[in-house]
Ligand binder design. Structure first.
Ligand SMILES: C[S@@+](CC[C@H](N)C(=O)[O-])C[C@H]1O[C@@H](n2cnc3c(N)ncnc32)[C@H](O)[C@@H]1O
Length: 339
C-alpha cells in the first residue's frame, strides 16, 4: 500500500529539483544515451567511452535511474529506457539539445537571479550578463546556434500539432515571422502541398537556416522563400497569414504592439495573425505555460499571456481576437483579424 506523502517530503523534492536538472544536463553533455544505443553497458564501460570517472559516473547513473532515467540491471549494466531515449542525439523527438541549452551556465546563472527579477521587476538575464538576451546571443554565436537547435528540437512535436490544428489549406501564402531555422514553416508546407511560405528572421539566423536543411528539403524548397530584417520595422507584405510562434511571449506589450501592427499593415485584406504561444490557464491547476512564464520573466523580462491579455493586446494593434485553438501540444493558436 502506498503511504500518503508527507507535505515535507513533497516540499523537499521541489526544493532540490535543481539537482535533477544538473543530473540530466551531465547525462546529455556526456552523450551517455548515445553510447547505450547498441546495448547496455556497465558504468566502467560507459566511463571509458565518454571520458568520465567511473565510480562517480556509477553514482550519477544510479541517481538518474532512481528518477526513471536509464535503468540498471542486476549485472550492473545500464539500459536505455523510455525517458533516457529522449536524450539520444538521433531520436526523432530528442530533448538532448534542449537539455544542453536550458541548463547551460548562462541560463543557470540567470535563473540564479530570479530573486532580483522579482524584487525589481526587471530581467534577471540582463542583471547577470549585462545585456538583454537576444543582443547577448548575437555576441555569442555558439550560444545562439545552440538556442536555435534546441528550439528546433522541442518544436518537432509542437510543430506537427500546430500544422494539424489549423486549416492552412485555405490559404495561398503565409509568413513565419521570427521563424528561426524554418522547422515550423517546413512542417506546415509539407502538410499543405499547395501552400507557399516566407521564412522571416534576422539576417544571421536566415543565413544559418539554409544550412540546417528544413526549408531546403526537396518537398518544400520550391514553395519557400526567405527574407531577413527587423520585425519592429516591417515584415514581408501580402500574405494571408502571419504566424508567430514563441515571438509575442518574448516582448513587453509596447514592443508586441509594434510587431502586431506591422503584421496588420502587411497582411492581405482578409489576412490574419496567428500567434502560437501558451495561453495561461486560469486557476491553480498545473500548466506548463505558468513555468515557461517565469522563464520569460528571468530571461527577457517578458511574459506568457491569458486569453484576456491577448484580447487587449490585439485591440491596441488594431486587431480583434477571433478564437483560441488548442493544439495537441501545450501551445495554442490565437487567431486575430483586422479589428
Ligand atoms: C524564441 S525564438 C522563436 C523561433 C521560432 N518561431 C520557433 O518557434 O522555434 C525567437 C525568434 O525571433 C527572432 N527575432 C528576434 N528579434 C527579431 C527581430 N527584431 N526581427 C526579426 N526576428 C527577430 C530570433 O532570431 C528568433 O529566431
Amino acid at each position: 500500500m502506498r503511504l500518503p506523502r508527507r507535505a515535507n517530503d513533497a516540499m523537499l523534492e521541489r526544493i532540490a529539483a535543481y539537482w535533477q536538472s544538473q543530473l540530466v544536463f551531465v547525462a546529455a553533455k556526456l552523450g551517455i544515451a548515445d553510447v547505450l544505443v547498441e546495448g547496455p553497458l556497465t558504468a566502467d564501460e560507459i566511463a571509458t567511452r565518454v571520458g568520465a570517472h567511473a565510480p562517480y559516473l556509477n553514482r550519477v547513473l544510479r541517481a538518474l535511474a532512481s528518477l526513471g532515467i536509464f535503468a540498471a540491471d542486476p549485472h550492473g549494466r545500464f539500459h536505455l529506457n523510455r525517458l533516457a531515449q529522449t536524450l539520444r542525439s538521433d531520436h526523432p523527438e530528442s530533448l538532448r539539445d534542449f537539455a544542453l541549452m536550458l541548463v547551460d551556465d548562462y541560463n543557470w546563472s540567470a535563473w540564479g537571479a530570479l530573486e532580483h527579477a522579482v524584487r525589481t521587476g526587471s530581467s534577471a538575464f540582463e542583471h547577470v550578463h549585462g545585456a538583454p538576451a537576444f543582443p547577448w546571443m548575437q555576441e555569442h554565436p555558439e550560444k545562439e546556434k545552440m538556442f536555435s537547435a534546441s528550439m528546433a528540437s522541442i518544436s518537432v512535436m509542437e510543430n506537427a500539432a500546430v500544422a494539424r490544428a489549423y486549416a492552412f489549406g485555405k490559404m495561398q501564402k503565409i509568413v513565419d515571422v521570427g521563424g528561426a531555422h524554418g522547422h515550423l514553416l517546413a512542417t506546415i508546407l509539407r502538410s499543405y502541398v499547395r501552400l507557399r511560405g516566407v521564412l522571416f528572421d534576422q539576417p544571421q539566423v536566415i543565413q544559418e537556416a539554409a544550412r540546417s536543411g528544413f526549408i531546403t528539403s526537396p518537398d518544400v524548397s520550391a514553395r519557400c522563400e526567405t527574407a531577413s530584417g527587423d520585425f519592429f520595422d516591417s515584415v514581408p507584405v501580402g500574405a494571408d497569414a502571419y504566424v508567430m510562434k514563441y515571438i509575442v511571449h518574448d516582448w513587453d506589450d509596447a514592443k508586441c504592439i509594434r510587431i502586431l501592427d506591422n503584421c496588420r499593415r502587411a497582411m492581405a485584406s482578409d489576412g490574419r495573425v496567428l500567434v502560437v504561444d501558451h495561453v495561461v490557464a486560469p486557476g491553480n491547476r498545473f500548466d506548463w505555460g505558468k513555468l515557461v512564464d517565469i522563464n520569460m520573466m528571468v530571461m527577457l523580462g517578458s511574459k506568457e499571456r491569458t486569453k484576456d491579455e491577448f484580447r487587449q493586446l490585439f485591440s491596441l494593434a488594431g486587431l480583434r481576437l477571433k478564437r483560441v485553438i488548442r493544439t495537441a501540444s501545450a501551445l495554442s493558436i490565437v487567431e486575430a483579424v483586422a479589428g
